[in-house]
Design a protein around this ligand. Sequence first.
Ligand code: GTP
Length: 465
Amino acid sequence: MAKESPPRPLRLALVGAGRGGSSLLEALEESETEIVAVCDRNPAAPGIAAAHRRGIPVHHDLEAFLAPCADADLVVDVTGDPEVGRRLAARLPPRVHVLDGTAARLLWELTRTTRAQAEAATRRNRRLERVYELAVALSATGDLHDAYQRVLRCALEVAEAPAGSVALLDERTGEMVLAAWRGFPEHFASFRRWRLRPGGLTTHILNRDSPTIIPDITALEEPVNPLLAEAGVRSVVAAPLRAQGRIVGILYVDDFAPRRFDEEAAWILGLLAEYAALALERLRLLEETRRMAVTDGLTRLANQQEFMRRLAEETERANRYGRPLSLITLDLDRFKAYNDRYGHLAGNELLQTLAATIQRVVRRSDLAARTGGEEFCILMPETETEEAARCAERLRREVAALADRYPERIRQAVTVSLGVATLPHHAEDAEALYRAADDALYTAKRGGRNRTVIHPDLAADGVPH
Ligand SMILES: Nc1nc2c(ncn2[C@@H]2O[C@H](COP(=O)(O)OP(=O)(O)OP(=O)(O)O)[C@@H](O)[C@H]2O)c(=O)[nH]1
């Protein structure tokens, strides 16, 4: 059997490059059809520039245009001018078909529809591809913050929206808590929490299986969360985040103008939310485990291991850059007697109150840790001895005032003894710094307790108070 040769592309010539002609040119841009010539009297007609751009021969005179037309299969006449129609019919060989009027419009509409469908399919594939890429990235990351940002970036891209956020449900308090956001100004985060109200928008979103589309929140009757209203959000698509059958939060995608998000975007956001919820929950648990591994369970301060790790790290940094690093060690005075008298639980409560006091007194850049039963350490980068001693004294006074301040929790007046040492003045490495501060603390205990001692003054009575 003879092999069939592939059909050669259709050759088309176009007369009339106004709005209709240029739309047809655009609609045929990616088709196989070969445009052999374009003709329009008006050199400024929109289709003329498009034809030049695509290298299609252009004519402004019908006579000259007839020559390439004789070589075409089809001439499309969108001029609507009967004179042009007559001349084409009279001069072109019968083999060349002429499409004009309604038939030309039909051709344009069919081409446009096909193209729109192809574009929609490409867009859907691109959106699904983004979700797939997100899934791959989420399974590789171990960082919760990074994961939130990736989820938001992907959601905004899929919905072609300028802003979005993730809020998590705090089951204990019945509140929504903002976990991450994108495309909002800084002050957006000032509304970090809001209450769930029965009949409110948040409750409505959480109770639905699929995403909720809201074209204009100002037209809603139910109360809207203050975050959206305050930020000037007008339209929303919101997908519930569910992990193992439990509702964990909401993914919001927002626009500052009223707009109806398309159903396809909402459907894909639903898919994205399903996967994201599982991945985010996994990372949240991982983070929680990590946090627990470095935290003391009773006081929520850093634990001994974390303190030793940070001490080594900060010592190295201080030595490398020639910067001071101070360390305060402190220990409750006669805690055994307190425990014996009021019981272990009351003792625990005292330790927790002391930890909260330490946390209140130190700076954010300092590290407060519980390093033993009733022993605590405060690591203070970039801090000279005098400043550390001032902080120690302030802490000592605050502890002495605890019984007056919290009579329901602290059963009798308590005090602490503190030791201060600074690298490089009193030690050169981590171990020596720890020992120096501890020696100072020991001296404070021997000197009568309820005092601060700076390392070289081991024989002195401590800092005057
Ligand atoms: N309640 C409670 N007590 C603890 C905890 N860890 C250690 N302790 C107690 O802390 C007390 C420490 O006693 P000592 O080391 O003799 O020190 P002290 O009584 O504070 O005396 P000085 O430090 O010399 O002023 C012991 O009774 C421990 O049982 C804890 O987690 N909770």
